[in-house]
Design a protein around this ligand. Sequence first.
Ligand code: ZN
Length: 131
Amino acid sequence: MDFTILEQLAGHRSAVRGQNYFNEGRVTQVTRIGDQVVGVVEGRQRYSVTLSLVQDSIDGECSCPASEHSEFCKHCVAVALALSAQEQAPKWLISHLKRLKKEQLIQALINEISADSRKLQAWQKRVHTSG
Ligand SMILES: [Zn+2]
């Protein structure tokens, strides 16, 4: 997913905010079925995003109030970036992670997160806003 496309769709401000949301790990679910993508973003509340992939562009819908006025909001941007990351992740990594037990996944995540203070802060924010 090209960031300039998202900037064109959402405007610079929303695109940057959406990118921050994505970097903070606030996208907690991304599921693609054909050309439809359903995502969940933890912001001030939990928002549901639906993206429709149409040829060179994307249609976005979100349950947040901003989406009523400007269709492609920061949550749509965050989900689009998460989709892109998911689709670029190597197949061996995805199949490896799917085979792990929950305890192994938790340990792997703890190792990753605690080694990086920025990630740790992002998770802290996420836990506090979703609680
Ligand atoms: Zn939204």
